[in-house]
Design a protein around this ligand. Structure first.
Ligand code: BGC
Length: 767
């Protein structure tokens, strides 16, 4: 392995600041030690010469403050020198990162490198669609590629640890963070979780191009009450294990190196101090061996949760199994006292510290602390043509066609296209929340890309049409990125109506600005803002066909606007290449094939709304829209506007009957379920054929259906294919009331279809 030159120097030759006299470095790590010892020997040796303060320092992930103009003279550099810091995060710029690493390696007593983290959750300089969008491709291979490219890019700029994947199952679109995850389904969420981890970490964490993943937020954060961020979570353990925990476990099974706690409480205990979650399940049940980091100030927040003072909450978090304290500086302030008081043991401290050292060792930082600072490679990798092309392709594969009456899309034979709406020409709104260091000025805009794609013979005109929201104060709440300067609503509308005159089609670019979803951006009203409704009413009244291009980080409640539009293409927040990718789909270069991974409600009041709900004792009759004294609403149907698994294509698919190889299955046997799927339209396309099961009777109430498998198939126009699924006993298992994972004999319904509401079914019995 390549060795970092400076640590090969004799200690006396190393250039140091005036903080320590040279003899202080007598115990520092040497290259020879790293090379000649096994991992365990090396870490034992290092731990053996660390002071208690240095061990506690490794557990500290403090706020780095301002590192400009000279990182080496910043406050954080001083703390690093004193051995008070295990890592830093969300600092961008390879020079500053390298400077701080130099401080750690050359100026601290032992020379332990720091770990550099960042929220690289949907790409780095090349950005990709938000994770919710990515999940709609139902292609784990896309997610793996996104993670791989992200790792390759950011690992040139000093970062070796990412706070991704976020795998919180979310059923409530009011929660702003739904866009960071993979939606409502545990099975799909698990596939995506594992793909993220594989992509970031690959099979050699110490390679210069791989980074450590951190699965978050453990646990159950997606179920915050009323969709309000940071709110409590309350559910049974049976529900937690059957629906919410699977994706975290999938990440652990895929070898994720670290786990981040969550802000919420569970069972009236903050997750960050919850030993059932962190110790019993994560470590003991799942065998997780990496390290656990708190979420941002989450240990400190336990004081506000009301479970103790600084020492008490630090003790609780530490005992529960949190190794690293993000930002709060509570471990820094309390652990030594807790040790002196005998409340924690040095053995426990060593165990936590060892996990941090092992992570650094596995990342190859002891062998070469600068392996992730590689601007030369960066020049080739960052926003390379190949990465941008991947982003464009993957973005187009995440767009969900929700409606397409009269085959309005793809655009064909048009002479004048009017692009109208508050999001039509706003690039920064395509980047999502975690593209902090993205160059949004270089993003691909929709209007010019449409012009390019349609060619000189087609006139493409543009007008904004309205502000994002009516209320200036409300807009102020989400102005973290560039949004259009506010205009006069009446004037904007009048201008739009003038511009659309004579157009063959209107592309209405509406929805959410980037900062209207994400952390701290819960919404109590998921309907379109009034001014966008007014714009849509006016566009509809023109009689010109309208294709809505919906920018959003979450499902919205747009029943009326969807009815008004002839076509709706949901493009989420599609990353740096979104403009080109949207043009690819609108012009038919790409035939959409994505399917929703989160249900779209008709109205906000239906939330939380999800396909794998319970039957209840008083279920709706399928054909009824309202019946008194059954589980429904008097004012809206139960069904979502667009269900889980739903998404159209420019062609059409027909499903035949479900055939089972047998109507009985034994616990060690399998059944084949097959269906003939036909591309009955005029274009080639790809369809996602979905397999759901329903356990008809079991000891804890079953959901009405659960996704168990799916197949993405390419079908030429007119082609038919038999799609076959194998079902075995593992597909029938669930957590019972004592949390045993079992399959119980009895009847099961197999459902196959192109979305969760539109299925063909058959039954079998598990003997
Ligand atoms: C978020 C995490 C994020 C962390 C570090 C927190 O506020 O909840 O998802 O990784 O900040 O930026």
């Amino acid at each position: 392995m390549k060795i970092f030159k400076k640590i090969m120097m004799p200690a006396a030759v190393v250039v140091v600041s005036a903080v320590f006299a040279p003899e202080i470095f007598a115990q520092r790590i040497t290259a020879e030690e790293v090379e000649s010892k096994s991992k365990d020997e090396f870490i034992d040796g290092l731990l053996g010469r660390m002071t208690v303060d240095e061990k506690i320092g490794q557990l500290n992930l403090p706020s780095y403050g301002n590192v400009k103009p000279d990182a080496k003279k910043s406050d954080i550099a001083g703390r690093i020198t004193r051995g008070e810091v295990g890592g830093i995060f969300n600092i961008f710029g390879v020079d500053d990162i390298r400077a701080l690493q130099e401080v750690a390696v050359e100026e601290s007593r032992l020379g332990i490198p720091i770990i550099i983290g960042a929220d690289i959750c949907q790409g780095y300089k090349t950005t990709f669609p938000v994770p919710l969008a990515l999940s709609c491709s139902w292609k784990p291979e896309n997610i793996e590629e996104v993670a791989r490219i992200s790792a390759r890019e950011v690992s040139t700029d000093g970062v070796c640890w990412t706070y991704s994947p976020m795998v919180d199952i979310s059923r409530d679109a009011r929660w702003g963070r739904v866009k960071e995850g993979a939606g409502e389904d545990p099975y799909l969420g698990s596939l995506m979780a594992a793909a993220w981890v594989r992509g970031y970490q690959s099979d050699d964490l110490s390679a210069d191009t791989t980074i450590m993943a951190c699965v978050k937020h453990f646990a159950l954060y997606g179920a915050s009450e009323s969709g309000r961020d940071y709110n409590p979570v309350d559910m049974s353990r049976v529900t937690a294990m059957n629906y919410y925990m699977q994706p975290y476990k999938a990440a652990v099974d895929a070898g994720v190196g670290s786990v981040m706690t969550s802000f919420n409480e569970f069972e009236s205990v903050p997750a960050t101090g919850n030993s059932w979650l962190l110790r019993d399940i994560l470590r003991e049940e799942w065998g997780f061996e990496g390290f656990v980091v708190s979420d941002y100030t989450a240990i400190k927040e336990m004081v506000s949760h009301g479970v103790g003072n600084q020492d008490e909450v630090s003790l609780q978090a530490f005992k529960a199994g949190v190794d690293m304290d993000m930002i709060a500086d509570f471990y820094d302030g309390s652990l030594k006292r807790l040790l002196d008081e005998g409340k924690i043991s040095e053995k426990e401290l060593d165990a936590a510290c060892r996990r941090m050292l092992v992570a650094k060792y596995d990342l190859g930082l002891f062998h070469n602390p600068y392996r992730y600072c590689n601007p030369e490679r960066g020049e080739k990798e960052l926003r390379s043509a190949a990465n941008l092309a991947a982003s464009r392709r993957i973005a187009a594969e995440s767009y969900v066609l929700l409606k397409n009456d009269g085959d309005l899309l793809p655009l064909d034979g048009v002479k004048k296209v009017a692009v109208v709406g508050p999001l039509a020409d706003s690039r920064a709104n395509m980047c999502g929340s975690w593209a902090k260091d993205a160059v949004t000025g270089e993003y691909n805009g929709l209007v010019e890309n449409l012009r390019k794609a349609l060619g000189a013979g087609v006139e493409v005109v543009y007008a904004r049409g309205c502000n994002l929201v009516d209320d200036e104060k409300y807009e102020y709440n989400f102005t973290s990125r560039e949004i259009n300067k506010r205009g006069d609503g009446k004037e904007l509308l009048a201008e739009a109506l003038k511009v659309v005159n004579g157009a063959d089609v209107i592309i209405a670019a509406m929805g959410e600005a980037e900062a209207m979803s994400g952390e701290g951006a819960s919404r109590a009203i998921l309907e379109m803002p009034d001014c966008q409704k007014t714009l849509m009413d006016a566009l509809d009244a023109t009689g010109i066909p309208v294709a809505m291009v919906l920018f959003t980080g979450r499902p919205l409640a747009l029943e009326r606007q969807a009815a008004q539009a002839d076509a709706v293409l949901n493009v989420w927040m599609g990353g740096s290449e979104a403009g080109a990718a949207i043009a690819d789909v609108l012009t038919g270069k790409v035939n959409p094939s994505a399917k929703l991974t989160m249900s779209f409600p008709r109205v906000t009041g239906q939330c939380p709304i999800y396909y794998n709900h319970k039957n209840t004792g008083r279920p709706m009759a399928p054909e009824a829209w309202y019946t008194r004294y059954v589980s429904n609403y008097i004012d809206v149907p139960n069904e979502p506007l667009y269900p889980f698994g739903y998404g159209l294509s420019y062609t059409e698919y027909e499903y035949g009957q479900v055939n089972l190889s047998s109507d009985e299955m034994t616990a060690d046997g399998t059944i084949e379920a097959s269906v003939v799927v036909t591309n009955a339209g005029q274009r080639d396309g790809e369809e996602i054929v979905q397999l759901y099961l329903r356990d008809m009777v079991r000891s804890v109430t079953p959901p009405v259906m659960e996704l168990k498998d799916y197949k993405r198939i390419a079908l030429k126009a007119g082609e038919s294919r038999t799609v076959t699924f194998n079902i075995d006993v593992n597909d029938l298992k669930f957590f019972n009331s004592v949390l045993d994972y079992v399959a119980e004999p009895g009847e099961f319904t197999v459902m196959i279809g192109g979305n969760s509401l539109d299925v063909e079914s058959a039954k079998f019995v598990l003997k």
